[in-house]
Design a protein around this ligand. Structure first.
Ligand SMILES: NC(=O)C[C@H](N)C(=O)O
Length: 470
């Protein structure tokens, strides 16, 4: 059996394999790897039935472009008629009323969805430890986290439980787990893919992203999902290029690396060395490689956490015990119903972010924090985009360290935990596309990722460059 989609598809189209056999293979793997806590729910029967229907389409020659692909989806994407929880107890009992546009477009091309995957609650975290269903283990080393918040989606691809996964990336949630699990993780430009049917965390940052083994798979999935949608007016009107056919590059390239990332205090020495090795490789290959400075780097993380918590505090207001999921059985009046539902339903990290967001939006602090952070966001975005006047790409580590131990960070060292996003939030604050690709392993065999950023809507170039480096 093949873990890569391209090989699987060739085999199902020439009759060497059936889609049913492909699904059975992944179902066996899922059963064997149950202890990793990757899937919250497996759609066993449904996936098998769908596989048989697609086998029939193949026999008739009417199959879609993704026939033979088995996909896992993070528990933040609506799939009609299926439970959806954002790994939270507050959505206990909730069922999706419609299917997310991105998911529907993949289904229309005959993808098979095998189940929903664990994640940090409401996508808030960098380790998958904030799930109300318990942590997911990193398949490379089960004592380590798989990253987050789409940690289980990355782990599923790494250990062969599906060909690819859909995750969401607000500040690194696809790229950082890709780095921690040794797979490819793409965050497209903000507004490239419709957010209709994606549970909102911070709406001006949220993007649907892709976790896969190969760049080709990411390009194909992006091509199918991207583009205008009548249900999301923020989606870009731009044409969607044929990403999967455009994976070749014009050379030589102009590549920059940001001095402040390589020299940052918390960077692990092996991560630093692997990044420097790539820089050297590019120089040797005849590309123009330049060191650039980005003095605003130290403001990126605080800006991200002020703005995303502010947006989260309003987005999560809707979970009040009335419309969705959980309602406390204890309340005797409306106010205690709200209070108790939210205190019992949300986990500690989500509550912390709601409170922080409410604080920065409160009348006395609005200008000091929220307005200021909006201004700084503008500066970060403008200065990041200015770097692309002279450069095709920026390269930097995806995360400052290889995957860390489960339980390493507690309430007392949260800032250190938030620093896991140090290098991924720049692309999120600026709305530009970025990808993480495997960049070797540490001496102890732990995956390390390399991140590439490109200017807005340059996914075609970004994917081609990632393929060249992989
Ligand atoms: N959702 C994300 O992109 C992950 C980021 N670590 C956060 O907690 O905000």
């Amino acid at each position: 059996m093949y873990s890569s989609f391209q090989k699987t598809q060739a085999a199902v189209l020439n009759g060497e394999l059936s889609c049913r056999e492909v699904v059975e293979y992944f179902l066996r793997n899922i059963e064997q790897k149950k202890h990793l806590n990757i899937f919250l729910e497996v759609y066993q029967q449904e996936a098998l039935e769908r596989a048989e229907a697609i086998d029939q389409k193949i026999a008739d020659g009417t199959q879609g472009r993704l026939a033979g692909m088995v996909l896992g989806i993070k528990d933040v994407l609506c799939y009609q008629g299926h439970p959806l929880q954002a790994a939270s107890q507050i959505l206990n009992g909730f069922e999706a009323q419609f299917t997310a546009t991105a998911v529907q477009r993949l289904l229309d091309e005959d993808v098979i969805i095998i189940g929903r995957q664990n994640c940090d609650e409401f996508a808030m975290g960098s380790s998958n430890e904030n799930s109300s269903f318990g942590p997911t283990l990193n398949p490379v080393d089960e004592t380590k986290v798989p990253g987050g918040s789409s940690g289980a989606s990355a782990a599923a691809v790494a250990v062969g439980l599906c060909h690819a996964s859909l995750g969401s990336d607000t500040g690194g949630s696809v790229r950082q787990p890709a780095s921690f699990c040794g797979v490819v993780g793409l965050k497209p430009t903000y507004s490239r893919i419709s957010r209709w049917g994606l549970i909102a965390y911070a709406s001006s940052f949220d993007t649907i992203g892709i976790l896969s083994h190969t760049v080709e798979e990411a390009a194909l999935l992006l091509e199918v999902m991207a583009g205008q949608d009548e249900f999301d007016s923020t989606v870009s009107q731009r044409e969607v290029p044929a990403y999967a056919q455009k994976l070749s590059l014009e050379r030589p390239l102009k590549v920059g690396y940001i001095k402040e990332t390589i020299e940052s205090e918390g960077i692990d020495s092996e991560v630093k060395q692997k990044t420097l090795d790539r820089i050297e490789f590019l120089k040797q290959a005849g590309h123009e490689v330049k060191e650039v400075t980005f003095p605003l780097l130290e403001y990126v993380l605080p800006t991200y956490y002020i703005l995303t918590t502010a947006e989260a505090s309003t987005n999560l207001e809707r979970y009040d015990g009335v419309k969705f999921g959980y309602r406390t059985p204890e309340a005797t009046d409306l106010e205690t119903m709200y209070k108790r539902t939210r205190s019992e339903g949300f986990g500690a990290e989500v509550q912390r972010r709601i409170m922080l967001g409410t604080f920065v939006l409160s009348a006395s602090y609005y200008d000091a924090y929220f307005t200021k952070a909006q201004k700084v966001r503008r500066l970060i975005a403008e200065q990041t985009k200015a770097l692309f006047k002279e450069l095709d790409f920026l390269i930097l580590p995806t995360a400052p360290t290889p995957p860390f131990e489960i339980g390493k960070y507690g309430e007392e060292n949260l800032i250190e935990y938030y620093l896991a996003d140090l290098f991924t939030v720049q692309a999120s604050v600026s709305g530009i596309p970025a990808i993480s690709i495997p960049n070797g392993t540490s001496e102890t065999g732990l995956p390390i990722g390399l991140q590439i950023m490109a200017n807005a809507f340059n996914e075609d170039k970004l994917l081609a460059f990632a393929k060249y480096l992989l």
